[in-house]
Ligand binder design. Structure first.
Ligand SMILES: Cc1cc2nc3c(=O)[nH]c(=O)nc-3n(C[C@H](O)[C@H](O)[C@H](O)COP(=O)(O)OP(=O)(O)OC[C@H]3O[C@@H](n4cnc5c(N)ncnc54)[C@H](O)[C@@H]3O)c2cc1C
Length: 556
């Protein structure tokens, strides 16, 4: 199989090569790069903005692993399966929870400094859905920033890892056998490597993170536009479980007009005892779930949304006044600062919160070695669907998944290399030229896609709301086609490429969410309020129809 669709872009004006090209510089991408170096393979890490601009840096709560006394991988597995609502791949979860504790220790070996108690043991907290204290954290609530700092420092020190910042990866290149052979990218102002170019490689690893920017309100940074999923779809790969978008229940509410990335108030705040209350001060989670405010995220997000509807308000409140100033300052310095920057003081007042898009449980389908359905193309981290999260991610399992499966990809590449099965690949230039060039939407389409998705495919979904969203997305595609036919296609540049990726990912997500006629995990259908195991305890797999380039979904 070869790439049937590609973004409209100029032909590459320069070419370079490496052994393995890694797209993305979060926990997943950097872990792959560091680990393949042990086999002597050269790595090139390509990243859209600066090295630490992905979601990893923003992670607050921490990383889950059975490190505490009395805790076991088996208990971590049980909690993960419950959150995943019947759709986790048990083998993938077992891999995560058994390899997780040592992966965290290796991360500490790379230089990440976790918070320790007086005896030098890793401090562990609790988060929603975990029946044990098993969340390791750093700098109080700055876990992701510390992980990112340590990994970035390590890759910078390794001369065998070449780093290319401000480089937007566009599409996959393949050889005549359909094996990944590199990629095309657009580099912003790097001397000889300026504009659209190509990187040839023996294997390609996608670690491009999430797709939160497909919605108007999200905790994800601006780079999280689903580029990896869109690229994989155009390259003929399968994606799965896209309908399962986790909406974080407690995102700082900044007013009705707020758009884009919004500050998160970590679950760990509830883990340490903050309450959710409505404007009357009533704790509405009590009696809804045995874990009260620490119920799994989908339950809390739904409860907040229902309470908002009931009270006719746009947000609820978190009450952490009883922590006192000292605890806020030492345990949650980042959240305290971000609240105060917006004129809210959690020490003396209530924090307004509402749900926002947070985590993509689905993504590019991979096996336990990180291999996608396209030979030589790997995926790990949030962009991948390993089967670990099922219908809903358990809090703080994502950094761990990024670590564990990145290590597994590196192990697979190392084994192939040692077996002499990782040869250089020649790019099939004719196939690339023959691929259909997708017309680019106008840059303004980004905001329109976000509005359509938040309105029709957000926390609340129904056949009617999603039909309206799908119709709006189809209108945008038609507009782009008309412009292209008139000889004035969207100008190829970062904004229009990202808009095209968002459009494709949104269309695939809506196709899956409309097809799943039940409520499960973080997918909540108003018109099908119950979980339906008889018909729906299965996955939805999406791929592009080669002829039309539209997402087609099947269940299995
Ligand atoms: C506010 C917030 C708090 C969170 N808290 C936690 C937590 O406490 N615990 C937990 O486990 N998880 C948490 N998560 C989730 C977790 O941070 C992410 O799932 C994880 O960091 C993803 O890592 P990654 O390496 O897959 O991707 P990212 O860290 O998002 O990195 C993606 C990389 O890909 C690059 N990229 C994207 N597209 C392209 C392209 N086309 N070309 C080149 N480069 C590209 C980006 O620039 C970036 O470098 C949180 C997420 C957010 C947003």
């Amino acid at each position: 199989m070869s790439v049937s669709h590609r973004l409209t872009a100029p032909a590459p004006g320069w070419t370079t090569s490496t052994d393995v090209v890694v797209v993305g510089s979060g926990v997943a991408g950097l872990t792959v790069a560091l680990n393949i170096r042990k086999a002597g393979l050269r790595a090139m890490v390509v990243t859209k903005a600066m090295l630490d601009d992905g979601s990893t840096r923003w992670a607050q709560g921490g990383i889950a692993a059975a490190l505490g006394e009395g805790d076991t991988p088996e208990q971590h597995l049980d909690d993960t399966l419950v959150a995943g609502a019947g759709l986790c791949d048990t083998e993938a979860v077992r891999t995560l929870v058994t390899e997780g504790p040592d992966a965290v220790r290796r991360l500490i070996g790379v230089g990440a400094a976790f918070d320790l108690d007086a005896d030098g043991e890793i401090l562990l907290t609790r988060e929603g859905g975990h029946h044990r204290r098993r969340i390791a954290h750093a700098g109080g609530d700055a876990t992701g920033a510390e992980i990112s700092r340590a990994l970035v420092a390590a890759v910078r020190e390794d001369p065998g890892i070449e780093l290319i910042e401000h480089a937007l990866v566009l599409d996959l290149l393949t050889d005549t056998e359909g094996h990944a052979a590199g990629l095309t990218l657009h580099v912003m102002g790097e001397g000889q490597r300026d504009g659209v170019g190509a990187i040839r490689a023996r294997a390609v690893v996608l670690a491009t993170g999430g797709m939160g920017q497909v919605f108007s309100a999200t905790t994800n940074p601006a780079v999280s536009t689903g580029d990896g999923v869109a690229l994989a779809l155009r390259a003929g790969a399968e994606v799965t479980d896209l309908e399962f978008v986790q909406f974080h229940p407690t995102v700082l509410w900044l007013g009705p007009e707020a758009e884009g990335q919004q500050p998160l108030v970590s679950e760990a705040v509830r883990g340490e005892g903050a309450y959710l209350v409505d404007a009357d001060g009533t704790r509405f989670m009590v009696g809804r779930h045995e874990l009260n405010e620490l119920a799994p995220r989908d339950i809390v997000a739904k409860a907040i949304t229902q309470q908002m509807q009931l009270k006719g308000t746009e947000h609820m409140y978190l009450d952490g006044r009883h922590f006192g100033a000292r605890m806020w300052e030492t345990r949650f310095p980042t959240i305290l600062a971000s609240c105060r920057a917006h004129g809210i003081d959690p020490v003396t007042g209530l924090i307004p919160v509402a749900p926002a898009a947070h985590y993509a449980s689905g993504g590019i389908r991979t096996d336990l070695r990180g291999r996608t359905t396209v030979p030589g193309l790997y995926a790990c981290g949030e962009v991948a669907c390993t089967g670990v999260h099922g219908a809903n991610r358990l809090a703080s399992n994502s950094l761990l998944e990024g670590l564990v499966f990145a290590e597994r990809i590196a192990a697979d590449l190392t084994a192939l290399h040692h077996a002499g099965e990782l040869p250089e690949r020649a790019v099939d230039v004719a196939a690339t030229r023959a691929a259909h060039a997708v017309p680019l939407p106008a840059p303004e389409a980004r905001a329109e896609i976000q509005r359509l998705m938040s309105r029709g495919a957000g926390v609340l979904r129904s056949a009617e709301s999603m039909a309206a969203t799908a119709a709006g997305l189809a209108r945008l595609a038609e507009q782009a086609r008309e412009y292209a036919a008139e000889g004035k296609p969207g100008d190829p540049r970062v904004e229009t490429w990202e808009a095209a990726n968002l459009h494709l990912v949104a269309s695939a997500l809506v196709a899956a969410a409309a097809r799943r006629e039940e409520t499960r995990g973080c997918h909540w259908r108003e018109d099908f309020p119950d979980r339906d195991d008889a018909d729906w305890q299965r996955h939805l797999v999406t791929a592009l129809a080669p002829a039309t380039g539209t997402p087609v979904t099947r269940s299995e």
